[in-house]
Design a protein around this ligand. Structure first.
Ligand code: NAD
Ligand code: DAU
Length: 341
């Protein structure tokens, strides 16, 4: 396959690119990425010398950038998105441009090029808050944040292109993903890097909100399987089924780094904070997928990676990062000399 991987310089997209080139020697990969604050070309250093790999900087919402690349490949795998819920609460416009309009531009290009397959990477957040049970693919979408609403909007367009134009599209809905190369605004890399710097770990509300955490390799293996063996027109959940709340994330990080519990700091809750997500991934499991990395091992590997790759994350925690941090965590007391004050 000749794949166009959009958002391939981000956290999950770059893992997917590295995995594809490692495990599918016959494949070619072009990455189209705008390199927003969350995109990082260094995530692709491990594949830079590979003759089957090409990087193009550009915007999925720009038909002039997307059209020629779509004509030169067989399949688009769309990871590109604004991905952070807290940023969507502050400034939702770019989420709608990228996650909705950008998806439309990609779908139109895939249709015009006559691609035999399209894969939209979506999220369990489109199901909304799930008090009990586990979300299944046929459940209604009830997004509750501007981020999840924009992801659901992108999905609606995928569904429309399936129905109206017969586009052979697959949607995957992954759960909370963690692992190496994750921008340190998400809870796990934020807590790890804050703990390494002896800064407080800001826990929203009572710390009881639950997420279904999955290691990044397991998520990408699920996307790869859905792409190659999934049925066009179908949606697939990808979740490991391990529910963990914010307090447990903080306690695990502090234990693994041998840091004191006093670093836990309770801060104002996220507005509209979904209390629980949980996925039923039976459908993908029937295709032969199962998660390989349990959360204990995954957390250990992740913590070790951040300990050993300070040169990767430290430059990211500067400038705009702290400006957003200060606006978002109004109740956090900065530590003297932290640069956050
Ligand atoms: P990320 O924020 O780390 O990476 C997003 C990438 O998209 C970045 O490289 C960024 O530069 C690029 N991008 C943003 N806007 C773009 C645009 N207009 N044109 C081209 N490139 C653009 O995100 P991630 O955590 O790797 O998530 C990847 C995808 O997976 C997203 O679609 C997200 O909604 C979905 N997802 C994420 C998770 C998670 O827990 N992180 C879980 C399920 C699904
Ligand atoms: O579920 C999949 C989604 O997971 C993806 O679609 C999103 O792109 C990704 O950002 C993630 O969304 P969440 O909002 O669940 O992830 P986040 O890491 O921001 O928060 C995880 C939980 O931790 C959530 O209950 C809020 C809480 N939290 C988060 C941060 C950043 C804190 O308590 N403190 C924090 O500082």
């Amino acid at each position: 396959m000749r794949l166009l991987v959009t958002g391939g310089a981000g956290f999950i997209g770059s893992e997917f690119v590295r995995m594809t080139l490692r495990e599918h020697p016959e494949d070619q990969v072009t990455v189209l990425d705008k390199l927003t604050y969350a995109g990082n070309e260094r995530n692709l250093d491990p594949v830079r010398g590979d003759a089957r790999f090409r990087f193009v900087q550009g915007d999925i919402a720009d038909p002039a950038a997307v059209g020629p690349l779509a004509r030169g490949c067989d399949t688009i795998v769309n990871f590109a998105a604004e991905s952070h819920v807290d940023r969507s609460l502050e400034a939702p416009g770019q989420f709608i441009i990228t996650d909705v309009y950008g998806t439309y531009v990609l779908l139109e290009a895939a249709r015009a090029a006559g691609h035999p397959r399209y894969l939209q990477v979506s999220t369990d957040e489109v199901y909304g808050d799930v008090a009990t049970g586990r979300s299944r693919e046929g459940d209604p979408l009830r997004p509750r944040s501007p981020y999840s609403a924009s992801k659901a909007g992108g999905e609606m367009l995928v569904q429309a292109y399936r129905a109206s134009h017969g586009l052979p599209a697959i949607i995957t809905r992954g759960s909370n993903t963690y692992g190496w190369y994750q921008y340190p605004e998400k809870i796990i890399p934020l807590f790890i890097t804050n703990a390494l710097e002896d800064r407080p770990l800001p826990i929203y509300g009572d710390g009881g909100a639950v997420r279904d955490y999955i290691f990044v390799e397991d998520h990408c293996r699920g996307i790869d399987l859905a792409l190659r063996r999934g049925v066009p027109g179908e949606d697939y959940n990808i979740g490991a089924g391990r529910e963990i709340n914010g307090i447990t994330v903080a306690d695990t990080v502090l234990r693994l780094l041998d840091k004191p519990p006093s670093l836990k700091q309770y801060v104002s809750d996220r507005p509209g904070h979904d209390r629980r997500y949980a996925l039923d991934s039976t459908k993908l499991r029937t295709l032969g997928w199962e998660p390989r990395i349990d959360v204990e091992k995954g957390m250990e590997m992740t913590v070790r990676w951040y300990v050993e790759h300070e040169e990767w994350w430290r430059p990211l925690k500067s400038g705009e990062f702290w400006a957003f941090y200060q606006r978002n965590y109004r109740t956090v007391t900065p530590l003297p000399g932290s640069g956050a004050g």
